[in-house]
Write a protein that binds this ligand. Structure first.
Ligand code: HPA
Length: 282
């Protein structure tokens, strides 16, 4: 039995999980969605839904964090066949980087071509306020730079090349679509660079000054590993951050997980409108 800590995944293991799911679903998903902390309610809008408990799927990494339900939802959103992961897993929970990427690998085996990732993030850009939504235009893969890559180990040639390009990790056409939807729906959209840190602690004021200095707009503990795996496998990616708190550069305020979940309530309606708008136009 895998315990989630082995270093690398094999094509056989990924395919085992994919075929387990294939047996239980009736529609082949085209779009994958991974929902961040407090953003789970989006999954409730899925029509004709088949809901599978992640814990019943052998090999699937299950979330241990409050605000992450651990349900795989197959169905339709705005008519598009979707696969929604409600309850992502993070590196800090103890899973290996490749296993954090397993949901995306399985999506790829199921034929998903477009990945929409959402997360809750701290606003490092001083203009951002809690409740804002930020379109991710690029990321800093700090953990990958330090060697913690989901692609570490033997390359899975069935998915993509040993040295994948990251010049356009976030699909330009999808960026254009989201901006258009935001304009039409009257939603104020921030844009910027996201960074994934290892967590689980929030940042110190000095950490945050460092992040600002290197050009980061929002900080979180997810998404980048999934995007790297998605791009390795040739998927188009759209990333949206819900700004749940202002990064505390001066050390005068405290960041809590409760505040992150609370801000999700303001963010969910905006994210839903943006994502549904994009799905309608795909
Ligand atoms: N830092 C890191 N991760 C986060 C934050 C934060 O301030 N808010 C939500 N996720």
């Amino acid at each position: 039995m895998p315990n989630g800590n082995e270093a690398f995944l094999t094509l056989e293991e990924i395919e085992r999980v994919a075929s387990d799911l294939r047996r239980r679903i009736t529609v082949q998903p085209r779009v994958g969605l991974i929902l961040g902390s407090g953003l789970g309610p989006l999954a409730e809008a899925v029509a004709e839904a088949t809901r599978i408990q992640a814990s019943e799927v052998e090999g699937w990494p299950t979330s241990t964090v409050e605000g992450h339900a651990g349900v795989l939802v197959f169905g339709r959103l705005e008519g598009q066949p979707v696969f929604v992961v409600q309850g992502r897993v993070h590196y800090y929970e103890g899973y290996s980087m490749p296993r954090v990427g397993l949901p995306v690998r399985v999506m790829q085996r199921l034929g998903v071509e477009t990945l929409i990732v959402t997360n809750a993030a701290g606003g490092v850009n001083p203009e951002f306020v809690p409740g804002d939504v930020m379109l991710i235009t690029d990321h800093v893969n700090l953990m990958g730079m330090a060697g913690h890559s989901p692609l570490r180990g033997p390359n899975l040639d069935a998915f993509g090349p040993r040295f994948p390009d990251m010049s356009q990790a976030y699909d330009r056409e999808l960026l254009r679509l989201v901006r258009q939807v935001a304009r039409e729906e009257g939603i104020t959209l921030r844009e910027g660079v996201y960074i994934c840190l290892g967590g689980p602690n929030f940042e110190s004021p000095a950490d945050l000054r460092f992040l600002r200095a290197i050009g980061v707009d929002a900080v979180g503990m997810s998404t980048v590993p999934e995007v790297i795996v998605a791009r390795h496998g040739g998927m188009r990616v759209l990333g949206l951050s819900g700004i749940s708190n202002k990064a505390n550069l001066d050390g005068d305020t405290v960041t809590t997980h409760e505040e992150v979940l609370e801000a999700g309530k303001v963010i969910v309606p905006k994210l839903s409108a943006l994502i549904k708008g994009v799905l309608r136009r795909l």
